[in-house]
Write a protein that binds this ligand. Structure first.
Ligand code: HCB
Length: 212
């Protein structure tokens, strides 16, 4: 079995103590960090998502798979940061909205922005509208990215945008939203500027927007 397939299988089986060594082995074999993420880790996570939906897997197992992602990304992240160009492309703040604790996708978005020369401040999970507003005042970012994985917390993105607008901070920033249930249409409806279907598309959308 190729190392990428082994990584995907380890994520599915939640072998969190093995996946770090596998990621290192893949790097030693000359595989690019991005390919390890896309064709190893994400492949595994896709299967986990399907099995969780069909109730073949349950929360404790999914948490182990999530731990695999975190462990492997710990090895890969510094390498993507090393490739960061000194582009000075500006500051991005990212957060998973209030009520939502999913952060695997957000971490991938963070890594992709970092790898493309942005300075990223990750506010973490369960970030309230007030904390987004506070961070915008303190950090003065060019871009604010929100993530939501639950249909119930998607609505919190709209509330956060409303709070940002009420605080008089909306005009100076681009807002991008994403997460599995979020669509381009939803992004438009709630007044976001941009939508990212995946981490790469998110960075592309922002780069296009700041060029204008
Ligand atoms: Co969670 N969960 N979960 N979960 N979970 C989902 C999301 C369901 C779809 C599973 C299902 O039922 N089919 C479901 C939501 C259903 C719905 O809302 N309609 C669900 C549920 C219900 C729940 C709980 C409520 C379960 C419970 O307690 N009964 C609970 C919620 C707790 C809470 O948030 N308050 C819960 C808990 C968990 C954990 C803790 C077990 C674990 C999270 C661990 C962690 O993140 N540290 C978990 C996981 C892992 C999942 C699944 C299996 C995978 C999510 C994931 O990481 N995907 C998911 C099933 C699925 O999505 N198929 C399931 C991989 C990443 C890479 O994809 O879409 O997040 P992504 O990110 C992409 C993309 O969207 C975009 O780029 C990323 C990279 O390409 N992107 C952005 C993401 N954010 C962006 C922001 C931007 O600005 C731009 C682009």
């Amino acid at each position: 079995m190729s190392v990428l397939k082994e990584i995907a299988q380890a994520v599915i089986e939640g072998r969190a103590d093995e996946v770090e060594a596998m990621a290192k082995q893949a790097l030693e074999e000359g595989i690019e960090p991005q390919k390890i993420i896309n064709d190893g880790l994400m492949r595994g996570m896709e299967v986990v998502g399907e099995r969780f939906a069909s109730e073949e897997m349950f929360i404790p197992e999914v948490m182990l798979s999530a731990k695999c992602m975190h462990n492997a990304l710990g090895v890969l992240r510094p390498l993507l940061e090393d490739r960061q160009e000194a582009t000075g492309r500006g500051k991005v703040i990212l957060g998973t909205v209030e009520g939502d604790i999913h952060d695997i996708g957000k971490k991938l978005v963070e890594m992709m922005f970092t790898a493309n020369g942005f300075h990223v401040v990750d506010l973490g999970i369960n970030v309230s509208p007030a904390n987004f507003v506070k961070a915008i005042k303190e950090q003065k970012p060019m871009v604010v990215g929100m993530s939501a994985l639950l249909t119930t917390t998607m609505k919190m993105m709209e509330k956060t945008i409303e709070e940002i607008t009420r605080a008089g901070l909306r005009d100076n920033i681009k807002i991008i939203v994403g997460g599995a249930p979020v669509t381009e249409e939803f992004a438009r409806d709630i007044g976001a500027d941009l939508y990212g279907e995946n981490a790469l598309e998110a960075v592309k959308a922002v780069m296009e927007a700041i060029k204008e």
